[in-house]
Design a protein around this ligand. Sequence first.
Ligand code: ADP
Ligand code: MG
Length: 377
Amino acid sequence: MSEEITFKDLGLSPEVMEALDKMGVTRPTTVQQKAIPLMMDNMSVIAKAPTGTGKTFAFGIPIIEYLNLNSKYVQALILSPTRELALQITAELKGLGKYIEGFKVAPLIGGQSMRIQEEKLAKNPQIIVATPGRLLDMVSRRLCDISQIYTLVLDEADEMLKMGFIKDIKRIIALTPEDRQTALFSATMPREIQDITWEFMTGAAEIDVMPKAEDHPNIDQYIVSCPEKDKLCAVTKIMKKENLHKVIVFCNTKNEASRVCEKLSRQGLKAEALHGDIGQGARNRVMDDYRSSKFDVLVATDVVARGIDVDDVEGIFNYNIPKENELYLHRIGRTARAGKSGKAFSLVAYLDRQRMDEIIRYTKVDPKPYEMDSGEA
Ligand code: ADP
Ligand code: MG
């Protein structure tokens, strides 16, 4: 096996090193170790890596290191499936470029007024983070020029596929220079995504990062053995015992999420549900409120939780054990972000045991049994 690569080995600028240091980011994750040297070498990359393993910095760092701050052109375009994610990527890149004078990144997303976005573009950002529909709209109105970009990133390509953006993406690719660097990131590689890589990314380097426990180093994981009917009680008890305030409770279905949220609210907790049946506007509001800690317990399904990044989540509960092994890592990756530590509790009833054992075997995680106080009922 090759040696672990450090940020120092990657030859980054002092400004970026300082930004990473201030964010408490010390050790590059696997996808960062693999993608950063390739992208710094102007290679195109196709990277398959689980959610929560640091893909934003994997493409963000090389892009930022190569910006020409004197040019008025947009040099990098990052496409993202959702507005939330676009805003989140923008924020992470702003953090990375904090010490670089003249560095500008702007989001172009649906739901924001054209005028505000025109104003942002007038400031000549070097990087644009956009949802595909809005970007095409701006380009066709000649408000945005992507003909000179150097790097194109397709982030969460599988999500963009699910949301029906493939045609838009192909149109966008056609508007960019042929000799661009393309970086495609995806948690899965369905056929349609492979088609895109064959059509537009010949010669790209491929990176395949298996879900690994060490990419989630600061999470204490526990198994809480309890009957299905006691799961709710277990959540409230553990929150109290561990002094957890901001937590996410994961459920496998929308119905279960609504139910659990309702029951937790009745127990006096400030809880809100987030799942696929909730409209975009309401979702944004819930996420904003959660980020600003207006409530404590987010009850979510996997669909909406992907890519969502809230910095100070203290604990994760697997109320239901996820149906897919990788989802376990996606879920627990919602805590212990940006160098902080976190805890993850899997509530395992009799019928969940087999599933949990499979997850442990496949992901090589090592959750410890959790001892609940026996005293009070
Ligand atoms: P992905 O895109 O793979 O889902 P993100 O890029 O959103 O993952 O990163 C998840 C979180 O991990 C973010 O909060 C980010 O700041 C943090 N992070 C990224 N790289 C590192 C690292 N090398 N060390 C510690 N935290 C990191
Ligand atoms: Mg991401």
